[in-house]
Design a binder for this molecule. Structure first.
Ligand SMILES: C[S@@+](CC[C@H](N)C(=O)[O-])C[C@H]1O[C@@H](n2cnc3c(N)ncnc32)[C@H](O)[C@@H]1O
Ligand SMILES: [Zn+2]
Length: 272
């Protein structure tokens, strides 16, 4: 018998029909099939939806992000977004982490009676997520053509990932919520100041969403204190600043015994 709580609901990325799961394979009625990987995730990104060989964050970025997040530097953000989920979200619905990376925020939304999904285009990230967080459903897919039925989710969230308004709105149940986390003005300002002669502050004027009602908007700002250069180097490696890194900067960072840097997040909650 199929356990509906553990069987994920996907639709075929090629013909949009429902996918039925049997013998470790997801198959639609037109016989398109997608095997479950041994880690438990499924790759629902057809080659024709792929714009490069290895799309999304690369392995070095994903590894650096996992090492950094595991140290708890963004725990205040996790605490805040899960508190909002507990306040506004139903505990028995479907939750979707859009651009889930290696699953750090995804699994923190898992409750006894909900189903939690994470999608990312980076296969390495999804593989790591599925291996560690087996109670959630992970798939490789693109946010611009998501493999889900309309209105499947009561709660969609996005942390520092591309926000696709039209797709997210399609997937949101009536009266469902969308939570976005984007950088606030001073996010990582001290780190940026090491890289750029004149570091610009983040521009936060433009709302990423227009079709939904804004319920709350809040800023979370705190100081992170680093006592190990490895942590600063991981932080650098998990951001787009990684591409600006020079040998000189790495040497300077390795010699830093102490470094303080702001985390500054803008958390917006919308309702359909
Ligand atoms: C900055 S990371 C954030 C990851 C995770 N939300 C976190 O905060 O740890 C952005 C993520 O979005 C993914 N991404 C970028 N474009 C995407 C797309 N078109 N479809 C799916 N994922 C995408 C990247 O692979 C990457 O894992
Ligand atoms: Zn199909």
């Amino acid at each position: 018998m199929t356990n509906t709580n553990i069987t994920p609901n996907y639709r075929c990325p090629l013909c949009q029909q429902s996918l039925i799961f049997a013998d470790r394979t997801f198959r639609c009625k037109n016989n398109h099939s997608f095997d479950q990987a041994k880690e438990g995730y499924v790759n629902l990104l057809p080659v024709q939806h792929k714009h490069s060989k290895d799309p999304g964050d690369n392995k070095a970025m994903v590894n650096a992000r996992r090492a950094f997040l595991d140290k708890g530097f963004y725990q205040p953000l996790v605490d805040r977004i899960t508190a909002l989920y507990q306040k506004y979200g139903a505990d028995n619905g479907n939750v979707f982490d859009a651009g889930c990376g290696e699953g750090f925020y995804t699994h923190q939304h898992k409750l006894a009676n909900n189903k939690v999904y994470g999608v990312d285009i980076a296969k390495n990230a999804v593989k790591m997520a599925a291996k560690r967080y087996q109670a959630c459903h992970f798939s490789v897919a693109t946010l611009s053509q998501l493999p889900f039925e309309d209105k499947l989710f009561n709660w969609i969230f996005s942390v520092y990932a591309p926000i696709l308004e039209q797709e997210f709105t399609r997937l949101l149940a009536d009266e469902g919520y969308l939570l976005t986390v984007t950088p606030a003005e001073n996010h990582l300002f001290e780190l940026k100041s090491l890289i750029y002669r004149q570091a610009n502050k983040h521009d936060t004027d433009k709302s990423p969403i227009n079709a939904l009602k804004l319920v709350t908007e809040e800023r979370l700002n705190y100081a992170m204190e680093f006592n190990h250069s490895d942590d600063i180097i991981n932080l650098l490696a998990m951001t787009p600043f990684a591409f600006k890194t020079t040998d000189q900067l790495l040497t300077d960072l390795k010699n830093k015994i102490q470094f303080n840097c702001q985390a500054d997040f803008l958390i917006r909650l919308y309702r359909k």
